[in-house]
Design a protein around this ligand. Structure first.
Ligand code: HEM
Length: 404
């Protein structure tokens, strides 16, 4: 087709902002970008170039636009693949990186497992898991590492139970997940970690064909509409996405509340604010810190710029969630009473997080019970000593020493 007309001169690419000045705020450059250059040519950390989209409205538009495909070039440090190398197809079952109709075919088989109703049924089990972890923490006595002792075990236990993965194997899959999420992992390291997880789930799934149990992996094997390879890929994706994200929201969310004592006090005084507080923490902290990547499947005109077919477009959910055009009041302030307005923390469009209701149930159960159980909860080290996950695709804390 004809190329869309564009008169805009093309400015030189600038580096994608990655350096934070405050542990809870995205890099400051995003504000200027939203105001002055909302669709900006950038150089990514690996040296490749593409486009950075920073306004809420534009981020939504990109994520809803079928002209942008989800088989993204990965965000990594080190040298990029030459821009003209075609992208390899996504691994089997990895529907996060697929476009319709393949994406639809696989995602459709899972949506029934993650409905609001299904999650409501699951709530007592989540609350029991939360209570058990808190009992263990209380009896061991402070200080504790909230990540290791609470924030990571809760969603890991839940997703293991849902999928039918033995929690006893967590050391392996948690190690593989971290390897995949490190910004400085090489392409090869990330691939090996994914393969290891894939092989692990594959074996589990094969065993479940012979001896099915009541879980998602058994269900997919019985159903027969996916190949064994696809079931393994779906399982690996759910296992990774199902524990790392929520774990970081619970730990970083706790640190953020402790760092905003007025907000914490409001929440303690009125626990009915919890639903709203969870949404506000999701918005304010937006842990998918380097944004959501897409690739232009054809030439696309966006805000007067020509995005050429094959270009990477980075939709910054982090920036979009701080856009004052969208969030009235001061979007850079945590406000557990902020009137709810749809945010981008779970993405938007056909890939919007399939586990979002589960994540909400887990965050709500975890934060409510934690604040309830430990009225004197506080950091056990100065906030500047908490190791932040600046080096991971999913932001949060590596450790959170707390006492009570
Ligand atoms: C997709 C965030 C929890 C499973 C996504 C996307 C985001 C996201 C931003 C969109 C990715 C894209 O468009 O490229 C989060 C956050 C969570 C969370 C912030 C926790 C607070 C979970 C949980 C599960 C899960 C608990 C497991 C059940 C998935 C899957 C996808 C996805 C399978 C891919 C969906 C698709 O491509 O159609 N998530 N997620 N997530 N999430 Fe989550």
């Amino acid at each position: 087709g004809a190329r869309p007309a564009t008169d805009a001169p093309r400015p030189a690419p600038r580096p994608q902002p990655t350096v934070r000045t405050c542990p809870f705020d995205p890099p400051e450059e995003y504000r200027t970008l939203r105001e002055q250059d909302p669709i900006a040519p950038v150089t990514f950390p690996d040296g490749a170039t593409g486009w950075l989209v920073t306004r809420h409205e534009d981020v939504r538009a990109v994520l809803a636009d079928p002209r942008f495909g989800a088989n993204r070039r990965p965000a990594r440090l080190g040298s990029p693949a030459p821009a003209d190398t075609p992208l390899p197809p996504p691994p089997p079952g990895m529907f996060l990186m697929m476009d319709p109709p393949e994406h639809t075919r696989i995602r459709r088989l899972l949506t029934g497992q993650f409905t609001v109703r299904r999650m409501r049924q699951l709530t007592p089990a989540v609350e029991r898991i939360v209570a058990e972890q808190l009992d263990a923490m209380a009896s061991a006595g402070g200080p504790a590492d909230l990540v290791r002792d609470f924030a990571l075990p809760v969603p890991s236990l839940v997703i293991c139970e849902l999928l039918g993965v033995p929690y006893a194997d967590r050391a392996d899959f948690q190690r593989d997940s971290s390897a995949m999420l490190r910004l400085d992992a090489t392409q090869e390291e990330a691939r090996q970690a994914h393969l290891a997880m894939h092989r692990y789930i594959h074996e589990l799934a094969l065993a479940k064909r012979v001896a099915p149990t009541d879980d998602i992996l058994s269900g997919l094997m019985q159903d027969g509409r996916l190949t064994d390879e696809e079931v393994a890929g779906v399982g690996a994706l759910l296992l990774l996405a199902g524990h790392e994200t929520t774990a970081n929201m619970i730990a970083l969310g706790t640190m953020c509340l402790l760092g905003n004592p007025g907000q914490l006090a409001a929440l303690r005084a009125d626990p009915s604010l919890m639903d709203n507080a969870v949404e506000e923490l999701l918005r304010y902290l937006t842990i998918i810190q380097f944004g959501l990547r897409r690739v232009a499947l054809e030439d696309v005109e966006l805000g007067g710029h020509l995005i050429e077919a094959g270009s990477t477009v980075l939709a910054s959910v982090t920036s979009g969630n701080r856009d004052a055009e969208r969030f009235s009041g001061d979007p850079d302030r945590l406000d557990v009473r902020r009137p709810y307005s749809p945010h981008l923390a779970f993405g938007h469009g056909i890939h919007q997080c399939i586990g979002q209701q589960l994540a909400r149930v887990e965050m709500k159960a975890a934060l409510s019970a934690l604040l309830d159980r430990f009225p004197g909860l506080r950091l056990a080290v100065p906030a500047e000593k908490v190791p932040m996950r600046d080096d991971m695709l999913i932001y949060g804390v590596h450790e959170l020493p707390v006492t009570w």
